[in-house]
Design a protein around this ligand. Structure first.
Ligand code: AMP
Length: 286
C-alpha cells in the first residue's frame, strides 16, 4: 500500500516502521513529472531493495533560471498513480517551506567536478543538487539510492559526495532510457513543440558518432567533437552549448583519448536545454 507523506517527521516515522519489518530502504530522488526513465530507476530499486521510497521535490536551490523553475511540470496526482502501479511504498512530496523553512546558511560546495558542462553553464546548480541530496539522505537514511546515467555529471557529484562525507549509502547508477528515436527521456521534453521535437534527436546522433570515432581509433578530442558538432543541423532553433569528452570520474575535459571517456553534450532546442551523454570506449591497442 502506497503512502504519500509531506512532512519530514512523518517520513522518518514511516521509514523507521518499514526498516523494522522489511529490511533495506531503496531511495529514488526525483523532481516529479515521472516518465519511463524514472520508472526504470524505481523498478531497479524494487528488485534490489526491501522497500522503495520516492521523493518528489522541485528543488529551487538547483535552478539557475527563474523561468525554468516556474515552468517545471508538477503533475503530482499522475506521479503518485505511477508510483502506486510500480509498487513504491512511500512517496515523500514536501513543500519548499518544509525543506527550507529558513534560507539555508550552509550549502555543499562542489569542487572541480562542477567546473565544466552543466556546472559551468548553470552557476550554483550542483551546489543545489548536492545540498538537497545530502538533506534527503539525512531525512530518508536509505541503504541504496538510485540515480540515472542520463545525468552523468550529477551521478559523479553524488558518488564523490558520499565518499568525501562518508555517507553510509550505496549509490546505484541506472542506464538512460530513450524514446524509440533515441531522444533521452526527460521531464523537460514535454516543453518541445511539434516542430522542435524532431530536431532534439540531433544531440544523441552527434554523441553516438563521437563514440563511434573513439571506438574506431580517433584520439584527438577537439578534432572529434569539432567534426561531429557539424551533425547538429544549422537551424535557428538549435544551439549546441557543449560537446565535450570528459573523464568519467572527475568530469575534467580530456584532450587525448586513451581510456574510456564520457561524451557529454547540451543542446538548446528553442527555449529548452536538453542534456545527454554516451560512454566511449577506445579501440583496444595491439
Ligand atoms: P529528475 O526528476 O529529472 O531530477 O530525475 C530524477 C532521477 O531520474 C535522476 O537520477 C535522473 O538521472 C533520472 N533520470 C531522468 N531521466 C532519465 C532517463 N531518461 N533515463 C534514466 N534515468 C533518468
Amino acid at each position: 500500500m502506497l503512502e504519500v507523506v509531506d512532512t519530514i517527521e512523518a517520513l522518518r516515522g514511516r521509514v523507521a516502521d518499514h526498516r523494522r519489518s522489511t529490511g533495506s530502504i531503496g531511495f529514488v530522488p526525483t523532481m516529479g513529472a515521472l516518465h519511463a526513465g524514472h520508472a526504470s530507476l524505481i523498478e531497479r530499486a524494487r528488485r534490489k531493495s526491501g522497500i522503495v521510497v520516492v521523493s518528489i521535490f522541485v528543488n529551487p536551490l538547483q535552478f539557475d533560471r527563474a523561468d525554468d523553475l516556474e515552468r517545471y511540470p508538477r503533475p503530482l496526482d499522475a506521479d503518485v498513480e505511477l508510483c502506486r502501479r510500480l509498487g513504491v511504498a512511500l512517496v515523500f512530496a514536501p513543500s519548499v517551506a518544509e525543506m527550507y523553512p529558513v534560507k539555508p546558511e550552509f550549502l555543499v560546495q562542489v569542487g572541480r567536478l562542477a567546473n565544466h558542462l552543466c556546472g559551468k553553464h548553470r552557476p550554483g546548480h550542483f551546489e543545489g543538487v548536492a545540498t538537497v541530496v545530502l538533506k534527503l539522505f539525512e531525512i530518508v537514511r536509505p541503504d541504496e539510492a538510485y540515480f540515472g546515467e542520463k545525468d552523468a555529471q550529477q551521478l559523479a557529484v553524488v558518488r564523490r559526495m558520499v565518499t568525501d562525507f562518508n555517507v553510509p549509502v550505496r549509490i546505484v547508477g541506472v542506464p538512460t532510457v530513450r524514446e524509440p528515436d533515441g531522444l533521452a527521456m526527460s521531464s523537460r521534453n514535454v516543453r518541445l513543440n511539434a516542430a522542435e521535437r524532431p530536431l532534439a534527436t540531433s544531440l544523441y546522433t552527434a554523441l553516438r558518432k563521437v563514440a563511434a570515432d573513439v571506438q574506431a581509433g580517433a584520439t584527438s578530442a577537439p578534432a572529434i567533437t569539432g567534426q561531429e558538432a557539424t551533425l547538429i543541423p544549422a537551424d535557428e532553433r538549435l544551439r549546441l552549448e557543449d560537446l565535450e569528452l570528459v573523464d568519467p570520474d572527475d568530469f575534467q575535459p580530456v584532450e587525448t583519448v586513451t581510456d574510456p571517456v564520457i561524451a557529454a553534450g547540451a543542446l538548446w532546442v528553442g527555449n529548452t536545454r536538453l542534456i545527454d551523454n554516451v560512454r566511449c570506449t577506445p579501440r583496444a591497442r595491439s
